[in-house]
Write a protein that binds this ligand. Structure first.
Ligand SMILES: Nc1ncnc2c1ncn2[C@@H]1O[C@H](COP(=O)(O)OP(=O)(O)OP(=O)(O)O)[C@@H](O)[C@H]1O
Ligand SMILES: [Mg+2]
Length: 262
């Protein structure tokens, strides 16, 4: 597979932008009758390839649900999800599992590393399970970019929180997925370790052409992205390109004020 990727820094407007993931009129409802909750309410979204997108919004607004649906980790109640040109809604389990394994990376808030494996073994685990041999050159590039070259033989308990999360990021990148999703990947880190991980995510977009979608509550984290999408009550209510932490914070204050008066 060739990856001729242009890397628009902060949302290049010129030229054709390929779409890495697409949601069309996606509805996700949980439960039935009186306990029915509509977590996503006819969401349309395009995630551009080679871009870093942040998803923000109040607790319960549907951020995790949207990401899980886009990543094929959860089914939708209505609408369609596409990864590149493949519609994943309606794919059979086996095909979906395969596609997820080959094309999607997921970074969880709580790292999800295996304690008995060292850093390198954790990074290559998904490929080992899939019976794929890691590309040695790429693996080295990923390990160097995340700054873990001298920690590869350490187990998770021997690593700092930031280093553990960088292992989780390297694991997501190692299989060269088309798109990486992170649900508050820096939520458990102090600001310094968080900055390390965010700086790395930014570089993987700029230098490796990676596509990243990240949920965050933090305006500073969002400022690393090219674009911020705002969710409220299961709908996309706003977006901002080239975000700065100040602008994101101001927008959040606006939403809070509106929320209080409505
Ligand atoms: N498995 C489930 N069963 C029932 N309701 C659910 C389920 N998962 C999520 N919900 C509901 O769907 C809505 C959206 O949840 P979601 O987890 O996507 O929110 P979120 O924006 O990620 O919030 P947070 O910032 O707190 O993580 C919430 O009202 C939640 O209660
Ligand atoms: Mg969530």
């Amino acid at each position: 597979m060739t990856t001729a990727v242009t890397t628009p820094k902060h949302g290049g407007t010129g030229g054709r932008t390929a779409v890495a993931a697409r949601a069309r009129q996606v509805v996700k409802a949980y439960g039935a009758g009186e306990t029915r909750v509509v977590a996503l309410d006819h969401v349309d979204v395009d995630i551009a390839r080679g871009e870093f997108t942040a998803i923000m919004g109040p607790s319960g607004s549907g951020k995790s649900t949207l990401m899980h649906c886009l990543a094929g980790l959860d089914t939708v109640t209505g609408g369609q999800i596409f990864l590149h040109d493949t519609e994943i809604t309606g794919l059979k389990d086996k095909k979906l599992t395969q596609l997820r394994r080959d094309r999607i990376g997921f970074i969880f808030q709580a790292f999800n590393l295996l304690p008995t494996l060292n850093a390198l073994e954790n990074i290559t685990l998904p490929m080992d399970i899939a019976g794929r041999k890691p590309d040695a050159g790429w693996l080295q590039q990923v390990v160097e970019t995340v700054g873990l070259a001298d920690r590869l033989r350490h187990r998770p308990t021997q690593l700092s929180g930031g280093q553990q999360q960088r292992v989780a990021v390297a694991r997501a990148l190692a299989a060269r997925p088309d798109i990486i999703f992170g649900d508050e990947p820096t939520g458990n880190l102090d600001s310094r370790a968080g900055a390390e991980v965010l700086g790395f995510l930014r570089r993987s977009v700029d230098e490796l052409g990676q596509t990243i979608v990240m949920v965050t509550h933090d305006p500073v984290a969002a400022s690393y992205a090219d674009r911020v999408l705002y969710l409220a009550d299961g709908r996309i209510v706003d977006e901002m390109t080239r975000p700065t932490a100040e602008a994101v914070l101001d927008r959040m204050k606006d939403f809070d004020a509106r929320g209080r008066t409505s």
